[in-house]
Ligand binder design. Structure first.
Ligand code: DGY
Length: 325
C-alpha cells in the first residue's frame, strides 16, 4: 500500500527548483502570486495541512496556532529567524517548528561587510555623482571616507553569522570585539582573534563600527535603545543585518539626523516595510530592502533544508533543524 503523502502548504513563491522538488515528494499547495497570505488564508492553511512552510512575512502567533487543525504537525520555516512564530505555543500544541540555519550565514556576513564598506567609504554618494553625470574627475579631497582597516568592530551576537562577519572583518584589517550572551570557547575566540566584552555598554562606547548580529527575542528587543545608542562615539557607524527590532529606530533616526552618530547601514527595520521616512532623507545612511541572504544559491539551499526537515519528519524522525523554544 502506498504511503499517505503529507499535505504541505507553502505560503510564498520559492525558487522553481525547490517548488518542483517539493511537488515530487509531497502533496503540495503552492502560492500562485508572490504576495504574503492574508491572516484568513494562513488560518485556512493551518487547518487543512500536515505541514506549513511559512517565511518571515507570516505572523504565526498564538491565536493562529490555537486555531490550527489537529493535522498540523510541523511548521517548516523557510528562513533562519523564527521571531515571527510563537514556537512555545506550537510546542504546547505538539507542533514541531524547524528553520534553515547555516546556509545563509556567509551571504548575510558578506552583506554586513558590504554595508560597513558602503557607509564608511561613501559608496552610494559616489554612485549618485556618477548617475547624475556630475563627475568632474579625480580630486584630492572629493568624497573622502574613513579607512576600514584598523577600526574597532563590535559584533553584538557572536553566533554563526557574527563569527562569519568577524572572519571577514579581520581580513579587512579590522580589530574584532564582541558581546554575546555566552562567551565563546577560548579556542574559537583565539581563532577569531576576537576580544570579549561582558558589558555591552562598555563595548558600545569604544567601537568605531557596531554590527547587530543577534536574533530578535524578547530579551534583545531594543537592546540598542536611546540610552545605549547615546553611548556610541559620535564618529561611529552602526550596521544591522539581523532584525530591526533590536534597535530603537526612532532614537537612531533622531541621532543620525542630529549628527550624533556618523552613519548607519540598515538591511532590516523595526516596523518591516514601514521605514521611518526621515531615514530615507539622510546622507549618512545606506538602506537596503532586507536582502542580506538574497543570493540564488542561498535561496535554493534554504529550500533544500526545508525539504530535508519535512522528509526527515515524514520518515518518523525529528527534523534536523528543529527549533526548541
Ligand atoms: C532569515 O532567514 O531569517 C533571514 O532574515 C532572511 O534573510
Amino acid at each position: 500500500m502506498s504511503k499517505h503523502r503529507l499535505s504541505v502548504v507553502v505560503t510564498r513563491r520559492l525558487p522553481e527548483v525547490v517548488e518542483t522538488r517539493l511537488s515530487e515528494l509531497f502533496d503540495v499547495t503552492l502560492r500562485e502570486d508572490d504576495t504574503p497570505m492574508t491572516r484568513a488564508e494562513l488560518a485556512e492553511a493551518m487547518k487543512a495541512a500536515d505541514v506549513l512552510v511559512p517565511t518571515l512575512t507570516d505572523e504565526i502567533d498564538n491565536a493562529l496556532i490555537g486555531q490550527a487543525g489537529d493535522r498540523l504537525k510541523l511548521i517548516a520555516n523557510y528562513g533562519a529567524g523564527v521571531d515571527h512564530i510563537d514556537v512555545a505555543t506550537a510546542r504546547q500544541r505538539g507542533i514541531l517548528v524547524s528553520n534553515t540555519p547555516g546556509v545563509l550565514t556567509d551571504d548575510t556576513a558578506d552583506m554586513t561587510m558590504a554595508l560597513i564598506l558602503a557607509v564608511t567609504r561613501r559608496i552610494p554618494e559616489g554612485l549618485a555623482v556618477m548617475q547624475r553625470g556630475e563627475w568632474q574627475g579625480w580630486a584630492p579631497t572629493a568624497l573622502l571616507g574613513g579607512r576600514v582597516g584598523g577600526r574597532r568592530l563590535g559584533i553584538l551576537g557572536m553566533g554563526r553569522i557574527g563569527q562569519a562577519v568577524a572572519r571577514r572583518a579581520a581580513a579587512f584589517g579590522m580589530q574584532v570585539h564582541y558581546h554575546n550572551r555566552r562567551r565563546l570557547r577560548a579556542e574559537t575566540e583565539k581563532a577569531l582573534d576576537a576580544t570579549y566584552w561582558e558589558s555591552l555598554d562598555q563595548m558600545t562606547a569604544r567601537m568605531d563600527v557596531l554590527s547587530i548580529n543577534c536574533p530578535h527575542t524578547p530579551s534583545t528587543f531594543h537592546l540598542m535603545n536611546a540610552r545605549r545608542l547615546k553611548l556610541m562615539k559620535p564618529d561611529a557607524v552602526i550596521v544591522n543585518t539581523s532584525r530591526g527590532e533590536v534597535i530603537d529606530e526612532n532614537a537612531l533616526t533622531r541621532m543620525l539626523a542630529a549628527g550624533e552618530l556618523s552613519g548607519a547601514g540598515l538591511d532590516v527595520y523595526e516596523h518591516g516595510t514601514d521605514v521611518n521616512p526621515r531615514l530615507r532623507e539622510l546622507r549618512n545612511v545606506v538602506l537596503l530592502p532586507h536582502m542580506g541572504s538574497a543570493t540564488v544559491e542561498g535561496r535554493i539551499e534554504m529550500g533544500e533544508k526545508v525539504i530535508i526537515n519535512i522528509k526527515t519528519f515524514d520518515d518518523g524522525h525529528r527534523p534536523p533543524d528543529q527549533v526548541v523554544p
